[in-house]
Design a protein around this ligand. Structure first.
Ligand code: SAM
Length: 231
């Protein structure tokens, strides 16, 4: 018997499952974090500003920011074509009139300069072998001087004596959100082996190294962190 396709963007159930069982099910207060991101960007992004969304797949961040800035335009980049397809579906025709989605990493984004940028739940997927720094530097290079940047990341280290306790909490939170145990059974091993997993101190150091100023934490829940910083 053939397996059903893993992604069916025409299926409203699939789309609503991503909305309810995607990042929201894992990161405490995810809708509030996106709302805060909009508030923090709006302090400096003009009413007709242009925002760069790096890792825009799935569309949830752009959807929230489009509400925060009804006159903002967006350029979103993501290397996963299927996640961009989902973003198109979630954003809908009307919002897509002010959104351009490009398949690729930040290097695929135009030079801008942009009035603001976000990197939400993406940095932890990028290895800390120079690639994280390149991503942050390439974002900063595309921003106007003083433009705000929002970074949200799950931070930890396999060397942390509390790593296992933290993973217990990660799994327990997702299970309490209704994620089935089968989906969670490999979480500990995959986080432990993830070359992109970094501490909050490391993320802050990378932001500074990439040239961002005024780095300020605005969110912390379990191991999830959010910062605003300025180009
Ligand atoms: C967990 S999802 C988060 C999506 C969205 N930012 C949100 O908050 O809902 C991570 C996304 O990052 C994308 N991604 C992975 N590596 C990336 C990279 N080097 N540059 C940009 N996006 C990347 C993935 O394809 C995926 O769509």
């Amino acid at each position: 018997m053939s397996r059903p396709p893993a992604f069916n963007f025409a299926d409203p159930d699939f789309v609503s499952r991503y909305v309810e069982k995607g990042p929201k099910a894992f990161m405490p207060g995810q809708p509030g974090v996106l709302q805060m991101a909009g508030v923090l960007l709006a302090e400096r992004v003009p009413e007709d500003g242009h925002v760069l969304v790096v890792g825009a797949g799935g569309g949830l961040d752009t959807q929230a920011l489009a509400k925060a800035g009804p006159g903002w335009r967006f350029t979103g980049v993501d290397p996963a074509g299927q996640m961009l397809e989902l973003a198109r579906r979630i954003l809908g025709e009307e919002t897509m009139r002010r959104v351009e989605l490009i398949e690729g990493g930040v290097e695929a984004a135009p030079a801008g300069p942009f009035d603001g940028a976000t990197l939400i739940l993406v940095l932890g997927l990028i290895p800390d072998n120079g690639s994280k720094l390149t991503t942050l530097s390439e974002i900063r290079r595309r921003l106007k001087p003083g433009a705000p940047f929002i970074l949200v990341d799950r931070c930890d280290s396999p060397d942390n004596p509390l790593f296992d306790r933290n993973m217990d909490r990660y799994v327990a939170y997702a299970a309490a959100s209704g994620i089935d145990p089968d989906t969670l059974k490999n979480a500990r091993a995959s986080h432990r082996g993830n070359p992109g997993l970094a501490t909050a101190a490391r993320d802050e150091a990378l932001l500074a190294e990439a040239g961002f100023n005024g780095i300020e934490a605005f969110y912390f829940a379990m191991n999830w962190h959010g910062w605003v910083a300025y180009a």
